[in-house]
Design a protein around this ligand. Structure first.
Ligand code: NAD
Length: 478
């Protein structure tokens, strides 16, 4: 494949400037394709097109929007193998994970096709006689979407689908290293008949394209998923100009393993949560907090299980973990492995690159026995590197779990109803898992975190209506 991926503005494909390689992290000698980047003026055209299309689109019948989203969802589901293959080549997660993500993107479009028909409102009696009060929801306007690379089909889907369902128009900026998946989404929307300007997709660097979006006066709201530093910088800019903003950012998610847990199941939760998708999930279990009484047995079982994990080409059957997505992310992962060693953490498994028949960013799943203060226990790495931390008992484990600036997801493996119930109530996180990996969520319920992980209303499920609509209260005298 050597496709040139283009941007999509006002119903037209736009080539952009230059030719950036769309790399295949499993085989650096064979890129997935190439793409051209936009300049600020072209991004301004995309926002202008979205603003021009807004009045008509915001007044379309919900059925029209539902039909469009349903058609998009159907095509994604029908092509999930092919789209999954593109995703696996471009981002590096294994083919089954990639096909699963494509299917999830399709389901999300179908879910919001239904939600377009269920836009909620209320009618209340006024405190004044003869007056009626109606509370309705209207589109927020032109929505900017800035997405990360780690879920290049599902995250755009869970932002684009509700934005369009509730009558907004969209300018979508994907991460630089996944232009192919973004192009595939735009291509499907275009062929499904999205009116010109209602959906626009702009390729290029965050500091150019993202900045041109947020600087444009016609942008009404911005939804961002990505790292904490970028999110916080966008939050400051949004505050200055009074822009509605939603941020989903990093995590340092704990998985607590109590001595009463089924340890084999706990090991599966830990290996899945910490290392699958190459650890590149905001909900990854990057801190494994294990009760002292089970610690040695858990370590032995983890080492035995990790020895059976296969790292390699994500398209090959039997591979459990694909490559790290980019050279930059690999450098970050290796620098944290060095930091772990330098700070005295004990390497229990991995720590090295993995050789493969092709040149790629392959890295072994890496497990350290760490203390809570070490950097590998505190900072988001976003790779297949986890810190194992010893806890005296349940109370100590809970305190360690909450001892973080982040609050996206927290998990516990236990057979104690008492501890599971207490943990669900007291874990300082937006999502809690009991006897499940911290990563892996349903598409129809809210997703998001607390503390430094998130800002603004939740994403997904019915809760998405909060961000993508604005409330109007109307009073009528009879
Ligand atoms: P990133 O912050 O580097 O980039 C995210 C997006 O922001 C990209 O599209 C990028 O081009 C854009 N961007 C970068 N600088 C910008 C700027 N100055 N102005 C405007 N846009 C800019 O993050 P990433 O490396 O793509 O993704 C990894 C991060 O995403 C991790 O921290 C991970 O935890 C987080 N993440 C969070 C969730 C969640 O829902 N909480 C989900 C997935 C990933």
């Amino acid at each position: 494949m050597n496709q040139k991926f283009q941007s999509y503005i006002a119903g037209q494909w736009v080539v952009g400037q230059g030719s950036q390689a769309d790399e295949n992290p499993s085989d650096l000698a064979t890129p997935v394709g190439e793409y051209g980047v936009l300049d600020a003026a072209e991004v301004a055209q995309a926002v202008d097109a979205a603003a021009a299309a807004l009045p008509a689109w915001s007044l379309t019948s919900p059925q029209q929007r539902a039909d469009l989203l349903d058609a998009v969802g159907s095509e994604i589901l029908a092509r999930k193998e092919e789209l999954g293959r593109l995703l696996a080549m471009e981002e590096g997660k294994t083919l089954p994970e990639s096909i699963g993500e494509a299917a999830r993107a399709g389901q999300i479009f179908k879910f919001f096709a239904g939600e377009a028909l269920r836009i909620p409102g209320e009618k209340l009696a006024s405190t004044r006689p003869g007056v009626e009060v109606e509370i309705t929801r209207e589109p927020v306007g032109v929505v900017g979407i800035i997405a990360p690379w780690n879920f290049p089909l599902a995250i755009p889907a869970w932002k684009i689908a509700p934005a369009l369902a509730y009558g907004n128009t969209v300018v979508f900026k994907p991460a630089e290293i996944v232009p192919g998946c973004a192009w595939a989404i735009a291509d499907i929307l275009a062929r499904a008949g999205v009116p010109a300007g209602v959906f626009n997709m702009v390729l290029g660097a965050g500091r150019v394209v993202g900045q041109a979006m947020i600087g444009h006066k016609e942008l009404d709201a911005l939804t961002f998923t990505g790292s904490v530093p970028t999110g916080n910088a966008l939050l400051r800019q949004a505050a200055e100009r009074g822009l509605k903003i939603q941020l989903e950012m990093g995590g340092k998610n704990p998985l607590v393993v109590l001595a009463d847990a089924d340890l084999d199941k706990a090991v599966e939760c830990a290996v899945n949560g910490a290392f699958f998708s190459t650890g590149q999930r905001c909900t990854a279990s990057s801190r494994l907090i294990v009760e002292s009484r089970a610690y040695d047995e858990f370590v032995a079982k983890m080492q035995a299980r990790l020895a059976r994990v296969k790292v390699g080409d994500p398209l090959q059957a039997g591979v459990d973990i694909g490559p790290v997505a980019s050279q930059g992310q690999l450098d970050t992962d290796l620098s944290y492995i060095r930091a772990g060693r330098d700070e005295g953490a004990e390497l229990l498994f991995g720590g090295e690159r993995v050789e493969a028949p092709t040149r790629g960013h392959f890295l072994a799943p890496t497990l350290f026995a760490a203390t809570p203060e070490q950097r590998i226990s505190r900072e988001e790495i976003f790779g297949p590197v986890a810190a194992l931390i010893r806890a005296d008992d349940y109370e100590h484990a809970l305190a360690l779990a909450n001892d973080t600036e982040f609050g996206l997801c927290a998990g516990i493996c236990t057979n104690s109803l008492k501890h599971a119930s207490h943990f669900k109530r007291h874990a300082q996180a937006g999502m809690v898992m009991v006897n499940l990996p911290t990563a892996g969520v349903d598409p129809h319920v809210p997703f998001g975190g607390r503390k430094a992980s998130s800002y603004g209303p939740r994403e997904q499920g019915r809760y998405a209506v909060e961000f993508y609509t604005t409330v109007k209260t109307a009073y009528t005298a009879a």
